[in-house]
Design a protein around this ligand. Structure first.
Ligand code: NAI
Length: 256
């Protein structure tokens, strides 16, 4: 049986994926703030370090897969800390254990919002892996009332980081595919508050048009992640795969 670490395992996409993996016989090491095998706060360096140490300990130093689902979508600097540095810290920390496995795989969760306007300074500092500078830039954005840009910024930076490192000796060279699933709107506790407001639902339908079957359930996102980290995926890496009901094709158009 394979052992897969899943962050964000206590809710939504991560919880659904953990269930699917267990159903197919895998051992899952769930990582989350609470209700998880490994309880840790991925928004801060100490929390990431303890998440990595405990996961490695439970896995016995060898991991077949890592899927980083944990994320937040508020209008503060938290998306930068959790969605970017939390994911990068976890993947970097667990990578040696992946490299020790026979068919290691890794995946992250991006977002259609990574295609929306972003704050360039925040994205640049993220890609420089300079967390204090990224937090300083994000704090400025939050204080000037544009905190809503920080979620797209975090997801854009994550997608760019993923594409960059996926083809390096540490990942591709070590036989570890690394990809992202970018959902549109998914019906989970994260998006639930948006559905309490009729006006908001209309805004969302405009911002994220999903002509194919509308808003998605978490299981379809989990299925795609499950394939990415399965042994069957021997040659797909560095890809951002939109599982978004067609939103990316609508928003970006048919250029390439
Ligand atoms: P969710 O809110 O249901 O689950 C997220 C999980 O991450 C929660 O269990 C939460 O405790 C955990 N988490 C948050 N901060 C953490 C921290 N500091 N340390 C450890 N764990 C932490 O959300 P959902 O919808 O399942 O989201 C999963 C991923 O999918 C996220 O990365 C999100 O940005 C992404 N996504 C979600 C969309 C949606 O419409 N729901 C759309 C596009 C992307």
């Amino acid at each position: 049986a394979r052992t897969i670490a899943v962050s964000g395992s206590a809710s939504g996409i991560g919880e659904t994926l953990a269930g699917q993996l267990r159903d197919q016989g895998d051992t899952v090491i769930g990582i989350d703030l609470r209700d998880a095998d490994v309880c840790a706060d991925l928004s801060v360096p100490e929390g990431r370090a303890s998440a990595v140490a405990e996961t490695l300990d439970r896995a016995g130093g060898r991991l077949d897969g890592v899927v980083a689902c944990a994320g937040v979508s508020d209008f503060t600097i938290m998306p930068v800390k959790v969605n970017f540095f939390g994911v990068v810290g976890l993947l970097d920390g667990l990578r040696p254990a992946l490299a020790a496995a026979e068919a290691p795989r890794a995946a992250v969760v991006g977002s259609i919002s990574g295609t929306h306007p972003v704050d360039d300074d925040v994205v640049r500092h993220c890609l420089e892996l300079d967390e204090p500078a990224a937090i300083a830039a994000a704090t400025k954005v939050e204080e000037s009332g544009y905190g809503g840009q920080l979620y797209p910024s975090s997801k854009s930076a994550l997608a760019q980081w993923m594409r960059r490192v996926s083809v390096t000796p540490e990942w591709a060279g070590a036989g570890i595919p690394l990809n992202a699933i970018a959902p549109g709107v998914v019906l989970t506790p994260m998006s639930a508050p948006l559905f309490e407001d009729e006006g908001m639902v209309e805004v969302m339908k405009e911002a994220v048009p999903m002509p194919l079957n509308g808003f998605a359930g978490p299981e379809v996102i989990a299925e795609a992640l499950r394939w990415l980290v399965s042994p069957a995926n021997t040659h797909m890496t560095g890809q951002v795969i939109y599982v978004d009901g067609g939103a990316e094709a609508v928003l970006r158009g048919p250029s390439d």
